[in-house]
Every structure is written in structure tokens, then in C-alpha cells.
Ligand binder design. Structure first.
Ligand code: F6R
Length: 637
């Protein structure tokens, strides 16, 4: 990890910026990074306070700044940080948008910050999503003038959209643009779709501060978390300035820092291929990463890489350390080869020195944690099937009810069946009335949520029975953090971790499988993973934990990079089909998945493509040619 203070440094003046045009700092987690950013803001507020001056902050909404606001609130409550001298200007607001709407940025800011600190309400400025179309232009000019009247922004906090937008300055925005109304990019609307329960509800327009407004700020900090931002972060930091990636305009601002977590920084040249930038300490993982990269670049399998290939591609220091390409190639080939096993629970009576799993105990107790009721079969259906077939005691624990991902139409179908079976049922009728009369994005009634959760339960039983698991080994944890009825979830609490600890203690597993999904740092998968990590921390001292190994699969979106894989479980064409059928039991998630993102393929297609690609990757590195592979990374706690 590269870790520095987030203080300003002029880009280009330190070693690692050979490819970089914006100062950036990488932290291991968004949590740690957010604390640093909050500290910088708090220091500024206090400095300004001592000078008896207002502190003018430009603020962002979205998932990125949430923890910064949480920390500022904590500082207010515990360290008496006062916001009495703070004046805020928010970047943007959807248009049209009622401020009372839970999707409004007005609501967001009050919920996350303003309700909890001592800011004077008259010092809060958020673009008003309700001004009339006729007044809009003048309103924007006035907003801009008001910022100027305070002498401009002292500090601007930003997130970045996958289009490269800052604020809602979408591709095509002019470098000198001011506050104005703008049409949202399709990708931006897709990203907002889950908070609006479907893209059709996402407004098409917004009011946003301009690039010029932002660039006039004296200090800018942009937050980037999670793998889904990695591509745009690289383009912004290393690419040419272009109106097609509006955030690149920040290259021309002299006091900007990008604060990133490891995932968001993972495409930067100095992180992805550090050997091209500086001399490296060659750990085993880095060696494998570099050789896999070289193999991909040269389109040669490991065993055909030559000394020249290494020397021509910035890896001569690796060769010096390892001797010849021949030795290094074989070593790396064996390392990859040893990840492959058809015995994910360990091969009985086999020498396990070079196998990913232990051969004993022959029959293991296993928990598969699945964040939603379907991640188990989507992400590791083939391995799940093998574990059951090979006689292990397998349990599946669905961490959340997954109720919000069931559409109203699907729920109505079941409610109508229920009413037909029992015409006197008041509940069925209430549910039908609720579903038929709902107008917008209001929260589901508790009964509707219950029905939606039950639909997902019965689908899960369909899939687990098909794989051959007895119902008593299927557990529904319904972790409380998820049960808000909205896309926004609560923070992880002791109640969640207690439930996780209870099930682990009652089964005393030799293996735990869990979703190691890092794609969305605030998403359900990440919270589910955190609940496991917290439980492992608490249970670490128990004897049975010495025999417990944890394997992480990745969710539906990404796969581990080849150098990260510790266990690769191949699947035959028949097993691929069986996995597909298991996924089909989750009918409510078929045909128009609600939280699809920008990939319109259905889950089973996505996952088949991904498992096939992993197999092809292994083959291209010179290993055996399988139909499909599921991949796991071991987590050492
Ligand atoms: C929010 C804003 C946007 C977001 C960006 C990233 O006020 O102006 O530019 O910062 O869309 O959103 P998240 O943080 O949700 O990934």
C-alpha cells in the first residue's frame, strides 16, 4: 500500500507520477481515507473560525462522501467541531425534484449531515429542483453569484461518475461552464436507477454547478472508491484533458487531490504494472501478476516467454533475481497449475502439499454464505454441487432476504394465487390493494416485503433441493441491516454480527465460502462481507476456528484476476448446464433484473461467460483447456 498524508503536492514532483497528472493518495479502505478527508475539512473549518471568517464548502452527494459526513458528525458530537461559521453550496440536484422526496439531494444532505450539526439553515445552499422552467436560467446565475459573493469556495468535495462527470457535468461540458441545467447521461441514469427503483423513475435532467465553478475552488478533493471507478480514475489521472471526460479538467487545477481506495486505484499504471514505473520488491504475488501480465501482452503461454520478453517489458530486475526466464516460467506455471482442483473440499487420501485444500478431515462441515438468495448458485453453483456430491456436510446461509429485488408484478402474481386459494384471506387482499394502488417509489408495506422475501425463499429451496441439499441445511439469516424496505441500507450493527457468529458457532465449519465482492463499497455484498470479517474477529480465539479456512468467491460482476486465484474449480459442460438450471429456479430474478447495472445480460448468461473466460484465461497461460472454471481466493484471518 502506498500511504501518504493527503496534503497538497504538486503533481509531477514525485517519483511515482511518471504517468500521472493529478496528485492522488491511495488508502487501504474508504473508511480510513474518509477519516483523513474529514480531518482536513475540520481543520479548515477551525482555521477559518479562528480568523473569524466563514468557511465556504462545496459539497457532494452520492455514496462516495457518506463516511466523510459521518465522521464530521462524529467530530461535531464528540469533539465539539462547530459548523456555526460554515456556509455550504451543494453541487447539484435532480430536476425536477421535490425537496421532500427521499431521492432528493436536499433530503440526502439533511439526513447525512445538516440535521446532525449546528450549521445555520440560512447558510445551506442546495440547487432547488422546484424552480419553474422560466426562472431556471436566472436561478442558476444567482446561485453562481452567491458563491462569488462569499469569495468563492474554500474547499470542494467531489465524487466522480463513471462517465467522468464531476457534479453533473456530463461529457461535452465546457471547461468554463457555470451553474446550469443539464441532461443526464444514460450511464449516470443507470447508476442512479437502483435508488429510484428502476431507470424509468430517474429524472432526465439536473441542475449542476459548472466545471468553471468547481475549478475556482481553492482546494479540491475528489473521492473514488471501489473497482467500478477504477477505469475512469485511470483515464482522469493519466489521460489527456478532454471534454469527453470532464474530470480531466482537474488536471489544470493546482490544488487537487484524488483520494482513492485500493480498488479504485487498481488500474493506475503504478499500481497495475509497477515494474513499468519504479524498481519493485518482488513478492510472490507480484511475480505471478507480472508474468501473467507479460503472457497476456505477448500472447504467449508462460512456458514460451523468453529473456527478451522480460527485458523488453521493464522486468529485467525480476530476471536478475530469478536467474533465467526458463526457471521463472516453470515456477509460475506450477504455481498456477497447483490452484486447479476438482476437489474443492480437499481430496481424500491424497498428498495435499501442493493442493489448495487439506485432505483431512475427509468429510468437512461447510458454510456457504450467500448475500442474496441466489449468489450461491450464481457465483459458485458448480463448486457447491461438487461439495455436496463429494459427501461434505454443506450448509447454505442466505444473509439477506433479498426482498427489494422482487418486482411488484411478481409479488402481485403470488398474492393473487394466495387469494384464489383462500378468498377470505385479508392479508392477500391488502397486499393486492397496496400493489395495485401504489403510485411511485414509496416503501413496500411490511406484508409486501414479507411476501417478496418468501418468494425468494421458495426459489432458493427449489435450487438447493435440485443440488441435493436437505432443507434443514438451508438457513435464512435475514440480517437486520438490509430490512429498510429501501435501497439504502442501515449500517452494520451488533445484531447482524451476532447472527453471523451464532451460525458459525453452531456449525463449527472447516470451510467457509463467502462473497468477496469489492465492486460496490457500499453495496449489500460488501456489508455482508464486513459482517463475516467482524464475526471472524470475534470468534478467532475459539478452538474450532483453527481448522476453519475461508474462501472468497466474487459476485456476479467481476472475477478475480488470475494471479489472485488460490483455488480454481473446473466444470465439465454437463456441470455448466446443471449450474444454469439451478440459477433458473430464481425466477423472480430472470427477465429484467431490477438492479442490473449497465450489463443487460441475464445473470446466468453473465456467469457462464465469466466462467468460460476464466477457463480460457488459464488455457492461454498454457494450462489445461476446460469448459469453465469457478475461482476462489483464500482469506487469511
Ligand atoms: C453528487 C454528484 C455526482 C457524484 C458521482 C458519484 O452530488 O455530483 O458527481 O459525486 O455521480 O456518485 P457516487 O458517489 O454515488 O458513486
Amino acid at each position: 500500500m502506498i500511504k501518504e498524508d493527503i496534503g497538497f503536492r504538486e503533481a509531477g514532483k514525485f517519483e511515482e507520477t511518471r504517468f500521472e497528472k493529478i496528485h492522488n493518495v491511495i488508502f487501504e479502505s474508504s473508511q480510513e481515507a474518509s477519516l483523513m478527508v474529514a480531518r482536513e475539512i475540520a481543520n479548515l473549518i477551525q482555521r477559518k473560525n479562528e480568523l473569524n471568517e466563514p468557511c465556504v464548502l462545496g459539497l457532494a452527494t452520492g455514496s462516495s462522501p457518506i463516511k466523510v459526513y459521518e465522521e464530521l458528525v462524529r467530530m461535531h458530537k464528540e469533539e465539539r467541531l462547530s459548523f456555526a461559521n460554515v456556509v455550504t453550496f451543494n453541487l447539484d440536484e435532480y430536476y425536477p425534484m421535490d425537496e421532500n422526496d427521499i431521492q432528493s439531494y436536499y433530503h440526502f444532505m439533511h439526513e447525512h449531515l445538516f440535521h446532525h450539526v449546528d450549521i445555520h439553515p440560512e447558510n445551506i445552499n442546495i440547487p432547488n429542483g422546484q424552480v419553474s422552467a422560466e426562472e431556471l436560467q436566472q436561478y442558476c446565475i444567482d446561485y453562481e453569484m452567491k458563491i462569488k459573493s462569499y469569495g468563492g469556495l474554500d474547499f470542494q468535495l467531489l465524487g466522480i461518475g463513471r462517465t467522468g462527470h464531476i457534479g453533473f457535468n456530463e461529457p461535452g461540458s465546457h471547461v468554463n461552464s457555470g451553474t446550469r441545467s443539464i441532461t443526464l447521461d444514460h450511464l449516470t441514469r443507470i447508476d442512479a436507477a437502483s435508488s429510484f427503483l428502476g431507470i424509468d423513475n430517474v429524472p432526465r435532467k439536473a441542475i449542476t454547478m459548472g466545471i468553471g465553478t468547481v475549478r475556482n475552488a481553492k482546494r479540491i478533493v475528489l473521492l473514488g472508491w471501489g473497482i467500478s471507478k477504477a477505469g475512469i480514475i485511470k483515464k482522469t489521472i493519466e489521460g489527456e484533458v478532454s471534454s469527453q471526460v470532464p474530470a480531466t479538467y482537474l488536471q489544470e487545477h493546482h490544488n487537487t487531490t484524488f483520494v482513492l481506495d485500493t480498488e479504485a486505484s487498481s488500474e493506475l499504471t503504478r499500481v497495475k504494472t509497477p515494474w513499468l514505473v519504479k524498481s519493485c520488491v518482488w513478492t510472490d504475488e507480484l511475480k505471478l501478476k507480472a508474468v501473467a501480465w507479460l503472457s497476456e501482452l505477448t500472447k504467449k503461454p508462460f512456458l514460451k516467454l523468453t529473456d527478451k520478453d522480460y527485458n523488453d517489458n521493464g522486468m529485467s530486475s525480476l530476471l536478475t533475481e530469478e536467474g533465467t526466464a526458463y526457471d521463472l516460467n516453470i515456477k509460475m506455471f506450477n504455481k498456477m497449475q497447483q490452484t486447479i482442483t476438482g476437489w474443492p473440499g480437499g481430496k481424500p487420501n491424497a498428498d495435499d502439499t501442493y493442493r489448495p485444500e487439506r485432505s483431512t478431515p475427509e468429510k468437512k462441515r461447510i458454510i456457504i454464505f450467500s448475500p442474496h438468495p441466489d449468489d450461491d448458485v450464481i457465483s459458485m453453483g458448480g463448486t457447491f454441487d461438487r461439495l455436496v456430491e463429494q459427501g461434505h456436510e454443506v450448509h447454505v446461509a442466505y444473509q439477506t432476504s433479498g426482498n427489494i429485488a422482487v418486482s411488484n408484478e411478481e409479488a402481485l402474481k403470488f398474492a393473487e394465487i394466495s387469494r384464489a386459494l383462500n378468498p377470505d384471506s385479508k392479508v392477500s387482499q391488502e397486499i393486492i390493494n397496496f400493489l395495485k394502488n401504489r403510485t411511485g417509489t414509496e416503501i413496500d408495506s411490511p406484508e409486501v416485503r414479507k411476501l417478496k422475501g418468501l418468494i425468494r425463499r421458495s426459489e432458493s429451496f427449489g435450487a438447493t433441493r435440485y443440488i441435493g441439499l436437505s432443507d434443514s441445511n438451508v438457513h435464512f439469516l435475514d440480517l437486520p441491516f438490509y430490512e429498510t424496505g429501501t435501497v439504502k441500507k442501515n449500517n452494520l450493527s451488533d445484531a447482524d454480527v451476532d447472527i453471523m457468529c451464532d451460525i458459525i458457532e453452531s456449525i463449527k465449519p472447516h470451510q467457509i465460502y463467502a462473497a468477496g465482492d469489492l465492486a460496490d463499497p457500499h453495496g449489500t455484498h460488501k456489508v455482508c462481507l464486513d459482517s463475516l470479517f467482524e464475526a471472524l474477529k470475534r470468534l478467532k480465539q475459539k478452538d474450532f476456528m483453527n481448522d476453519c479456512w475461508v474462501w472468497l468467491y466474487r459476485g456476479a460482476w467481476h472475477e478475480w484476476e488470475s494471479y489472485q486465484i488460490d483455488m480454481a474449480v473446473p466444470m465439465s459442460p454437463d456441470q455448466v448446464l446443471k449450474k444454469r438450471h439451478a440459477i433458473f429456479y430464481h425466477q423472480s430474478q430472470k427477465d429484467g433484473v431490477m438492479f442490473q447495472g449497465d450489463d443487460s445480460r441475464e445473470f446466468w448468461v453473465r456467469v457462464e461467460d465469466r466462467n468460460r473466460l476464466t477457463a480460457e484465461k488459464y488455457h492461454s497461460l498454457g494450462l489445461a483447456d476446460y469448459s469453465a472454471i469457478e475461482a476462489f481466493k483464500r482469506y487469511h484471518f
